[in-house]
Design a protein around this ligand. Structure first.
Ligand code: NAD
Length: 487
């Protein structure tokens, strides 16, 4: 098998197997071929991973921030040196084209280790609070054992985006990748050990929706960070709430991308295409409701159609390929059923709408699809599809589009294309979302906070904000005089 790891789990610095766990087959989405066979974690494996994390964490937290940062920065260097190899693995794991993984996956993970390695060395410091004689100080302390649970669209990035701030702040992590993409996180764990991370601090265990709760409910786990769908988020957040654990929820979206008639239309089309077709549309922050002001609708649609029909779909390992398959057969069925609903509810298929017939093999390919004449109440305009399906809706004026853009339970992201910068700022100010863009879309460098509002979640990844979500404040009051007691 092409990508069989040494064993299913990575615990306490080494690969560990327990064949009592149910079998997880890792399929290459471009062919359906089994590329690795792993086992889900048994309760014994879960215990072993959490125990290793718990044992290792205090000593790591006691190290100087510079020493912790040095390890993370070394891990970033190794990831960059192995970018090609890691990108190939990511492509096998996900089916995303190598053209994308080589610039977006291990590199983004490396950025995360580099950034958090650097900022932690600069200090995650508290405050000195003078109280007129007495004084107080605060410090930020790690939470302890943190659990990360990943989705399948960015497996290496998610493993790093959770691991890097958790480790920087002095925590240990047990990470469970999605059952669809079990491979990448194991490599991250290996690299961290090579970079000098003491064993037990970053553990990876495999499993599915039945394994996750064993981690979330474990009494030794202080925090859970989930990247996944809204229904899973509700389950994980309520289980964590039962034990009053810290949570970060990075969930789904149905984000609006608004194109005003004064916008640079080619940029807006480029932004809309990236925000709907990158990673075969499997990106949580995608701007899947593209609102186009009526005056530029025809121009927008005709150029969009031409550009969409030129997208090169094919074997993901081919450097010319721009779009690979979806993650799985089931995901393709789900996306196709949304396309059928769009047609049945009266939207116009501008392009795409089915399975491409010029791609050979058993892969889970689908055509990039654009629906025009979409209205707000259609299913395709309300529910997250998680595939390359763009919905174009028309609008007339600013107040109208803001109200319609906000009429959703989700609040992950939003974008505005306009040449009028005052309008750009005025509109984003009123849009209900956690991460917003003006005249670009979907850029998420590690320096900026990323996360959602409303049903798209809470907590933030990346930036200094992430460190706050992996630590808590401790306040110390210092009495400088004699204690005056009335009794
Ligand atoms: P999913 O919700 O099906 O699964 C996510 C993870 O949760 C998997 O590892 C799964 O095994 C685990 N899980 C499932 N049930 C669980 C439970 N009860 N307890 C604990 N863990 C459980 O999501 P998916 O299909 O893997 O990913 C797609 C979804 O993720 C989309 O909705 C997408 O928008 C979202 N997503 C969000 C972001 C973000 O940053 N906001 C990024 C990527 C994906």
């Amino acid at each position: 098998m092409k990508a069989q790891p040494k064993a299913s789990h990575f615990i306490d610095g080494e690969y560990v197997e327990d064949t009592d766990g149910s079998v997880i087959e890792s399929l290459y989405p471009a062919t359906g071929e089994v590329i690795a066979r792993l086992h889900a974690a048994t309760p014994a494996i879960v215990e072993k991973a959490i125990a290793a994390a718990k044992r290792a964490q205090p000593e790591w937290a006691a190290m100087s921030p510079t020493a912790r940062g040095r390890v993370l920065k070394r891990a970033a260097e190794i990831m960059r040196e192995r970018n090609h190899e890691l990108s190939e693995l990511e492509t096998l794991d996900t089916g995303k084209p190598i053209q994308e993984t080589i610039v977006a996956d291990p590199t983004s993970g490396a950025d995360s280790f580099e950034f958090f390695g650097g900022v932690i060395a600069a200090g995650l410091n508290g405050q000195y609070i003078p109280l007129g004689g007495d004084f107080a100080y605060t410090k930020r302390v790690p939470l302890g054992v943190c659990v990360g649970i990943g989705a399948w669209n960015y497996p290496q990035q998610i493993a790093c985006w959770k691991g890097a701030p958790a480790l920087a702040a002095g925590n240990a992590m047990v990470f469970k990748p999605s059952e669809n993409t079990p491979l990448g996180a194991l490599k991250i764990a290996e690299i961290l050990i090579e970079a000098g991370l003491p064993k037990g601090l970053y553990n990876v265990i495999q499993g599915d929706r039945t394994t996750g709760p064993l981690l979330v409910n474990h009494p030794d786990v202080a925090k859970v960070s989930l990247t996944g769908s809204v229904p899973t988020g509700r389950k994980v957040a309520s289980a964590a709430a039962g034990k009053l654990k810290h949570v970060t929820m990075e969930l789904g979206g149905k984000s609006p991308l608004i194109v005003f008639d004064d916008a640079d239309i080619d940029s807006a089309i480029g932004g809309a295409m990236l925000g709907n077709f990158y990673s075969t549309g499997q990106v949580c922050s995608n701007g899947t409701r593209v609102f186009v002001q009526r005056k530029v609708k025809d121009q927008f649609l005709s150029r969009l159609k031409k550009r969409t029909e030129k997208i090169i779909i094919g074997e993901p390992m081919d450097e010319a390929t721009q779009m690979g398959p979806l993650i799985s057969f089931d995901q393709r069925q789900k996306v196709l059923s949304y396309i059928d609903k769009g047609k049945a509810e009266g939207a116009t298929v501008l392009t795409g709408g089915g399975i491409p017939n010029d791609v050979t093999g058993e892969g889970y390919y689908i055509q990039p699809t654009v629906f025009a004449d979409v209205t707000d109440e259609m299913t395709i305009a309300r529910e997250e599809i998680f595939g390359p399906v763009m919905c174009v809706l028309d609008f007339d004026d600013e107040d109208e589009v803001i109200a319609r853009a906000n009429a959703t339970e989700f609040g992950l992201s939003a974008g505005v294309f306009t040449a009028d910068l005052s309008r750009g700022h005025r509109v984003v100010d009123q849009l209900e979302a956690g991460t917003l863009w003006i005249n670009t879309y979907n850029l998420c460098p590690v320096e900026i906070p990323f996360g959602g509002s409303k049903q798209s979640g809470f907590g933030r990844e990346n930036s200094l904000a992430a460190l706050e979500h992996y630590s808590e404040l401790k306040t110390v009051y210092v009495g400088m005089g004699k204690v005056e007691a009335p009794y």
